[in-house]
Design a protein around this ligand. Structure first.
Ligand code: NAD
Ligand code: LMR
Length: 339
C-alpha cells in the first residue's frame, strides 16, 4: 500500500502517524470566510492536509475562484466552493469540522472588541446554520473578538438544543505560535523544540503566556520575561500596525489555524495524546470560558488541563485579566440572547 508523499516530511502539518491517504477516515472540513485574508491561505493549507477528504469553501463572495484554484492541487481532498447564504447549508452538510475566519479585521488604533458590532452578527448567523446543518461538527472559531464570539456561538447552540461544550473551540493557537517564536529567539534555542502554554483569552492582557512552563528551560531574566509577555500580548497589534490599514495577521493565522485544525482531526481519528491550547468551556477558573491546554479526542475536548504551577508574575497576570475576560464573555452571552 502506498503511503502519501507527505509522510516522510518532518513538518507537523504534513507528518502523519501511520496513515496513508487511503486509510485515513473520510473527513469533511468547511472554511467559512474562505475568500478572505485568512480564508485563502487556510484553504490552501487544509488542501495540503491528507486527513481531509472533502474541503468545503464558503464565503459571501469570491469562493468560485478560490475553490477552482485550490482544487487543482494534487492532494486527497475534493474541493467545492459555495457562495452566498442559499449555499451555506450544502457547504455545511456532513461536516466533521467547521473553521470560521469570517468577519472584519482590525485597522490601526482599533481593539478586537471594536469588531464586535459587525462580527457578532456574522458569527451568530453562521452558528445558527451550523446548528441546523451539522450540529455534531467541531467548530474552530477564529473570528474576533474570540473572547465574545465563542460565548455567542455557545448560546446559539444552546438555544437550538445542539450545544456540546466538547465541540466548540476558540482558536488561540496564534498566541502559542508567537510565544514559541519569541521565546526561541530570546532563549537562543531551536524553535522546533519549543513549547509554551498560553492561557486566558485572546485579546491584550487576557493573553497570558506561561513562560515559567516553557521548554526547553532557559535562564531568562524577569525583564526578559516581561518583554516576551508584552510582545506576545501585543503580537496582533504589531502586525496590524505593520500592515498599516490593510488588515491583521492572515498568513501566520492561517498557519496557526491549520495546525489547530489538524490537531482536532487527529483527535477525532483517535490519535492519542493530542494536546493544544484553546479557549473552551472550562471550570479551571471561575469563568465559564478560558484558554488552557486541552486534550483532544474522538469527541472533541477530552480533558481541559489545569494551569499548572504559575510564577508570581503569572499569578498577577491571571488576576488582572479576569475582569476584562469576564466582561467580554458576558457581552457575547448578552448579545446572543437579544431577540
Ligand atoms: P478578511 O476581511 O480578509 O476576510 C474575511 C472574510 O469573511 C471575507 O472574505 C468576507 O467576505 C467573509 N465574510 C464576511 N461575512 C461573512 C459571512 N456572513 N459568511 C461568510 N463569510 C463572510 O479578514 P481576515 O483578515 O481574514 O480576518 C477574519 C477574522 O479573523 C477577523 O475577525 C480577524 O480579527 C480574525 N482574526 C483572528 C485571529 C485569531 O487569532 N483568532 C487572528 C487573525 C485574525
Ligand atoms: C491576532 O492576534 O493577530 C488577531 O487576533 C488579529 C488582531 O486583530 O490582532
Amino acid at each position: 500500500r502506498s503511503t502519501c508523499a507527505a509522510t516522510s516530511s518532518t513538518h507537523p502539518l504534513l507528518r502523519r502517524r501511520g496513515y496513508s491517504s487511503e486509510s485515513a477516515p473520510e473527513r469533511k472540513v468547511a472554511v467559512l470566510g474562505a475568500a478572505g485574508g485568512i480564508g485563502q491561505p487556510l484553504a490552501l493549507l487544509m488542501k495540503l492536509n491528507p486527513l481531509v477528504s472533502s474541503l468545503s469553501l464558503y464565503d459571501i463572495a469570491g469562493t468560485p475562484g478560490v475553490a477552482a484554484d485550490v482544487s487543482h492541487i494534487n492532494t486527497r481532498s475534493e474541493v467545492v466552493g459555495y457562495m452566498g447564504e442559499d449555499q451555506l447549508g450544502k457547504a455545511l452538510e456532513g461536516c466533521d469540522l467547521v473553521i470560521i475566519p469570517a468577519g472584519v479585521p482590525r485597522k490601526p488604533g482599533m481593539t478586537r472588541d471594536d469588531l464586535f458590532n459587525i462580527n457578532a452578527g456574522i458569527v451568530k448567523s453562521l452558528a445558527t446554520a451550523i446548528a441546523k446543518y451539522c450540529p455534531h461538527a467541531l467548530v474552530n472559531m477564529i473570528s474576533n473578538p474570540v473572547n465574545s464570539t465563542v460565548p455567542i456561538a455557545a448560546e446559539v447552540f444552546k438555544k437550538a438544543g445542539t450545544y456540546d461544550e466538547k465541540k466548540l473551540f476558540g482558536v488561540t493557537m496564534l498566541d502559542v505560535v508567537r510565544a514559541k517564536t519569541f521565546y526561541a529567539g530570546k532563549a537562543k534555542v531551536p524553535v522546533e523544540g519549543v513549547n509554551v502554554p498560553v492561557v486566558g483569552g485572546h485579546a491584550g492582557i487576557t493573553i497570558l503566556p506561561l513562560f515559567s512552563q516553557a521548554t526547553p528551560k532557559a535562564n531568562l531574566s524577569d525583564e526578559d520575561i516581561k518583554a516576551l509577555t508584552k510582545r506576545t500580548q501585543d503580537g496582533g497589534t504589531e502586525v496590524v500596525e505593520a500592515k498599516a490599514g490593510k488588515g491583521s495577521a492572515t498568513l501566520s493565522m492561517a498557519y496557526a489555524g491549520a495546525i489547530f485544525a489538524d490537531a482536532c482531526l487527529k483527535g477525532l481519528n483517535g490519535v492519542p495524546d493530542v494536546i493544544e491550547c484553546s479557549f473552551v468551556q472550562s471550570s479551571i477558573t471561575e469563568l465559564p470560558f478560558f484558554a488552557s491546554k486541552v486534550k483532544l479526542g474522538k469527541n472533541g475536548v477530552e480533558e481541559v488541563l489545569d494551569l499548572g504551577p504559575l510564577s508570581d508574575y503569572e499569578k498577577q497576570g491571571l488576576e488582572s485579566l479576569m475582569p476584562e475576560l469576564k466582561s467580554s464573555i458576558e457581552k457575547g452571552i448578552k448579545f446572543a440572547n437579544q431577540s
